[in-house]
Design a protein around this ligand. Structure first.
Ligand SMILES: [Mg+2]
Length: 321
């Protein structure tokens, strides 16, 4: 199959800063790619590296792909490329092949349909804002708190305050982005092991400390995130929760099939994609919610600006970019 390959770069400011123990995000940059074949079938993909340091590498590698290319050559060439480029191209191919068929609309705008990210510098007032919205709404919500940004004493005090303020209708996800050591992780696991509000600890220990992470699962549900990106074979080995990011995986088709086959303990998460990458997030999240362990995805919906970049129609985003 002969393909035409096109790309356009994008950059947008998040509506407010997103901070974790490893990075601070004010804006997001990446590329939209478009593949067309001679049957005039079109597929879009998005190169959305999560780490800013990977942008340069992605740019250089994208520039190596010619405008007209044979499918076999393209597949061979991208094998050594950054996972985000592989993800974008495989996503576009899946759309051309009909492996994925997007719906016209997905529904993830309300506060009970996605995990709400707390501002780490304003945890309690943010929580109160969310609770106010929740009480108008009367539904259960999920909040996500990024920790290991302040001293542990301070964060344990905040934890106590959070726990005193949430009811049975609120789920809590605690994400250390790999920055806790075993001692602190165990302290928090001991405090929270019988707590019904906790969904999971997300990547509490460093990406490499798989033994420590396994040990912690005896006390509390542990969701791997960054470890899965560094060691993709863990996707088939890790028995607990997995935070899955379609735009960061070499072939999101595998994730699609896993969810279609009702694989459990998968949670879908954004890497701050535009509307192009978001189609995958929505589609996979919809499947996840129909699976054996439904959990709202982490889509950080309150972090995106109003822009054509987040339209539902891929072609319109492409045309306006
Ligand atoms: Mg995470």
């Amino acid at each position: 199959m002969n393909l035409k390959f096109q790309k356009k770069s994008y950059c947008f400011y998040l509506s407010s800063k997103v901070e974790n123990s490893k990075e601070t995000y004010l804006k997001k940059s990446g590329w939209i790619i478009k593949l067309s074949n001679y049957d005039k079938k079109i597929g879009f993909g998005e190169v959305a590296p999560l780490l800013k340091k990977d942008l340069k590498k992605c740019e250089e590698q994208l520039n190596m792909i010619p405008e007209y290319i044979e499918l076999s050559n393209l597949s061979e060439q991208i094998n050594i490329f950054h996972p985000c480029i592989q993800s974008a191209i495989n996503s576009a191919l899946a759309e051309i092949n009909g492996t994925i068929i997007f719906k016209e609309n997905y529904f993830f705008d309300e506060i009970d349909q996605t995990a709400m990210l707390l501002n780490p510098n304003n945890v309690i007032s943010d929580l109160n804002e969310i609770k106010k919205k929740q009480s108008n709404f009367g539904k259960s919500i999920t909040i996500k708190w990024k920790v290991a940004l302040k001293s542990n004493n301070e964060e344990e005090a905040t934890l106590e305050e959070i726990l005193s303020q949430i009811d049975n209708n609120t789920k809590l996800r605690i994400d250390a982005n790999g920055s806790w050591g075993r001692e602190i992780a165990n302290r928090w696991a001991d405090i929270l092991k019988d707590n019904k509000n906790i969904d999971w600890f997300e990547q509490p220990l460093s990406v490499d400390d798989i033994d420590g992470l396994k040990e912690l699962t005896k006390k509390i549900p542990i969701a791997l995130d960054e470890s899965l990106l560094k060691f993709p074979t863990l996707i088939d080995e890790w028995k607990g929760w997995q935070i899955r990011r379609p735009s960061q995986e070499k072939n999101p088709d595998k994730l699609l099939r896993d969810l279609e086959n009702k694989k459990a303990l998968i949670s879908i998460s954004t890497s701050f994609e535009t509307g192009i990458g978001r189609r995958w997030l929505y589609h996979l999240s919809t499947l996840q919610l129909q699976g054996p362990t439904p959990k709202v995805p982490g889509l950080a919906m309150n972090k995106f600006p109003k822009s054509f970049l987040f339209l539902n129609e891929a072609q319109k985003i492409w045309d306006q970019l």
